[in-house]
Design a protein around this ligand. Structure first.
Ligand SMILES: [Zn+2]
Length: 335
């Protein structure tokens, strides 16, 4: 993984750098970051405009209204995050990943993930799942999935979106997929918790908040004791049950993707701080849920970097070391 970015561009070098700069080929090391939750979109998700991250409120909708707006409250803010121009999304996000020294687990159907892997082979860890999108019931044949992991280089099984179908992760109908992950020693990444404002009303009538309860993972974990689980969105907002699960199952990790930018900042920090203060600082992983706005990555990293309740070591653990351990990427902690 290249960890060094050249800082002396021709222009900057000409204006700022002395001859020593040229002679020593001065570089600045940007500490590496792992984003464990990126979606392999080919373009910015259609139909969604600029977004105000960490919105301060969620407004009510009226069932009489023809079409209620999904997701993000329209309000004025700085910074506003913008979608990419048509056809530019993959290029824009990968440019951000290089600038910020990010390696990402990129989830999606194998064909689209390959576009990302080909565009940035050293920075993309491929992930794919047995659920097909957010529409209920679609399943990938198990032998096809086995091939993805044994022959085609996929490393993580996710995003598993059973909550959108109103299904528990311990539902027997999907157990064979988790058995496969355990057999192949592939970590699984399961959506648990937040679904965005008004999810059940508007886009996903089968979505159930209750199916994001982290304790619903207990039966699955009991059946598959060697399964490595990434609880996506950290079971937000069910902190007590999340802590209960982390306490009882010491190989479970969480990611803070999605929640880190889509709820009020004070609330986000309080949630992450609860996880850390409860003693689970080595199991919190950074993630974005990147799918529309390329600048989301730098914005989300800054929330961890600006968290005054985290020590510099805890920030590095969340931004890199915990994910490297979970994914078994390397054994050397990154400073
Ligand atoms: Zn999710």
């Amino acid at each position: 993984m290249p960890a060094r970015l050249q800082t002396c561009t021709v222009f900057v070098a000409f204006i700022v750098c002395s001859a020593v700069c040229f002679a020593q080929n001065t570089t600045t090391t940007v500490p590496p970051v792992i984003d464990v939750h990126v979606h392999a979109m080919e373009d910015s998700f259609p139909g969604i405009g600029p977004m105000c991250p960490n919105t301060s409120k969620f407004t009510a909708s009226d069932p009489k209204a023809k079409e209620a707006p999904f997701g993000w409250v329209q309000e004025e803010c700085t910074p506003k995050l913008y979608p990419s121009a048509k056809g530019e999304y993959v290029k824009d996000v990968i440019a951000e990943m290089k600038r910020l020294n990010v390696t990402a687990v990129v989830f999606g159907d194998p064909k689209t993930v390959k576009i990302w892997k080909d565009a940035a082979p050293d920075r993309v860890i491929p992930g794919t799942s047995f659920t097909t999108g957010m529409q209920p019931g679609g399943r990938v044949p198990i032998e096809e999935l086995r091939k993805d992991f044994t022959q085609d280089g996929f490393k993580v099984m996710g995003e598993i979106g059973l909550q959108y179908e109103g299904l528990s992760p311990s539902d027997p109908s999907v157990d064979k997929y988790f058995a496969l992950a355990e057999e192949l020693d592939i970590p699984v990444a399961i959506h648990m918790g937040t679904g965005g404002s008004g999810r059940a009303n508007i886009t996903s009538p089968k979505f159930r908040g209750s199916m994001g309860d982290p304790l619903l993972l207990e039966d699955l974990l009991a059946r598959h004791p060697k399964l490595r689980v990434q609880v996506m969105h950290a079971g937000y907002p069910m902190i007590d049950n999340m802590l209960t699960l982390l306490q009882a199952n010491s190989h479970v990790y969480v990611d803070v993707a999605g929640l880190i930018w889509s709820y009020p900042l004070k609330e986000v920090n309080r949630y992450i701080q609860r996880l850390v203060d409860a003693g689970f600082e080595d199991r919190v992983m950074f993630g974005t849920d990147q799918l529309i706005w390329p600048n989301l990555m730098s914005y989300s990293i800054s929330i961890i970097q600006n968290a005054d309740y985290l020590t510099p070591e805890q920030k590095r653990d969340i931004l890199y070391n915990n994910a490297a351990r979970f994914l078994r990427l390397d054994k050397t902690p990154a400073k």
